[in-house]
Design a protein around this ligand. Structure first.
Ligand SMILES: [Zn+2]
Length: 421
């Protein structure tokens, strides 16, 4: 059992207490407490508030004390969109793109997602798991305590199951929480290039029932975009997923405006992700819905395209979340603080809004808001401390590693200061 911890001398505690999900103005409500303390017992938050109130509790006196020295404490960051398990980076394509080739040109020449598929199919599960384990350590070192992870580099039944089983094995072996999403409809694999209809049928009628039967995923996702799957195909696959108990998510309006955002609203999916190309009409529809709009500015930066209209979505009243989209092709970063910087600098979100988007709203999109995403008595003790005195400095110092202490269910995953480990 995790030990009892008293985190004290917290300069700013952002509890993120308040209505869930956050929309509009309430996105900036950080529930800030100055000169605070948090008591952790049995992996849960036992008390959180001003230092005076928490320290005088009987239970607090017996706890192991961690002095934060005036630093900032947030809920553990929730990365609600990643492609965690892949075989290799795509650095060669990176150079091609820098030299002027577009993402879609690279895909047509056999690169892109299909290149990742070739390598993943050839790599044994144990090797994939070893690599992903290293990445999870990096996530924790950047303040992340929960990671959504998608399959989608397998694109045949055996390889998709291989990825999802690696994720399940990792979820059991190491402390970070992994939420699995089946993304068999990432692109049409090369062997079905002339028979895409048949591939959609295989995803809907063979892969989804198998994934559901083995309990290997909670969500089903489709890359609905130019060069991937159409709105009609996405509707068929997500409906089949829902019938098997997999809640839908959607890659929508990233490379081209296809009408995917409207489909997301029609199907009431848990999350519509990217949204770089949404129209003002799409924004209005999304704002009236319960669909979480997950923004992925790392992908826009890496592809050199304009950012999604984050400010407009927040102002319209949409539920906005923020994630890394960690993947080898379009967003090779696992730093949520970096995504926050991009959301502030590139989409004009305020720092408190970016933090809410990467904690409470991201937890809501993963249907875990009753356990994680805020710091409140009874919730899981998932906590991230940063080496700053003012929370706004987390996005402000972009690209600077500031994570100082990461705790999952009361267990220390990462400590920059070896005294705390
Ligand atoms: Zn993605």
């Amino acid at each position: 059992m995790a030990e009892t911890l008293l985190l004290t001398n917290i300069g700013q505690l952002l509890t993120m207490r308040g209505p869930v999900p956050r929309r509009g103005r309430s996105l900036a409500d950080a529930g800030l407490v100055k000169d605070a303390a948090v008591l952790v017992q049995n992996g849960r938050i036992a008390a959180a508030g001003t230092r005076r109130n928490v320290e005088r509790l009987q239970r607090a006196r017996r706890a192991r004390k961690i002095d934060l020295g005036g630093r900032v404490l947030l809920p553990g960051l929730v990365d609600s969109h990643t492609h965690l398990v892949f075989a290799a980076s795509r650095v060669a394509e990176y150079e091609m793109r820098i030299a002027g080739a577009s993402y879609e040109e690279i895909a047509r020449s056999g690169g892109g997602i299909r290149a990742s598929v070739r390598k993943l199919r050839a790599m044994p599960a144990a090797a994939l798991e070893r690599q992903a384990l290293g990445r999870l350590g990096q996530f924790a070192a950047h303040g992340t305590t929960t990671v959504e992870a998608k399959s989608g580099y397998g694109l045949d039944l055996a390889s998709e199951l291989k990825i999802l089983r690696v994720q399940r094995s990792l979820a059991r072996k190491q402390p970070l929480e992994i939420v699995s999403t089946f993304l068999g409809a990432h692109v049409v694999p090369p062997e079905y290039a002339r028979r895409r209809r048949a591939y959609v049928e295989i995803v809907a009628r063979q892969m989804i029932p198998m994934v559901a039967r083995y309990g290997l995923a909670e969500f089903c996702d489709v890359f609905c975009d130019r060069g991937a799957f159409s709105v009609e195909e996405a509707r068929q696959i997500l409906t089949a997923g829902r019938a098997c108990g997999l809640e839908p998510r959607l890659h929508a309006e990233q490379l081209a405006r296809t009408g995917a955002a409207r489909l997301a609203v029609e199907l009431c999916v848990a999350s519509a992700d990217h949204l770089d190309r949404v129209t003002p009409g799409d924004i209005k529809l999304l704002a009236k819905s319960s669909v979480v709009c997950t923004l992925l500015p790392g992908a826009s930066l890496h592809l050199g395209v304009p950012f999604a209209p984050g400010r407009a979505l927040v102002d319209a009243g949409a539920i906005v979340a923020l994630a890394t989209d960690f993947n080898p092709g379009t967003s090779p970063t696992l730093s949520l603080p970096m995504a926050m910087s991009l959301a502030c600098d590139g989409m004009r979100l305020r720092p408190a809004e970016a933090i809410a988007a990467a904690t409470v709203n991201a937890a809501y999109s993963l249907r875990r808001h009753d356990r994680i995403g805020t710091i409140e008595v009874g919730k899981q003790a998932d906590l991230s401390a940063f080496d700053v005195a003012d929370y706004r400095e987390i996005p402000y110092y972009f690209g600077v590693h500031l994570a100082w202490l990461t705790i999952k269910r009361g267990q220390i995953l990462y400590a920059r200061d070896p005294k705390q480990a």
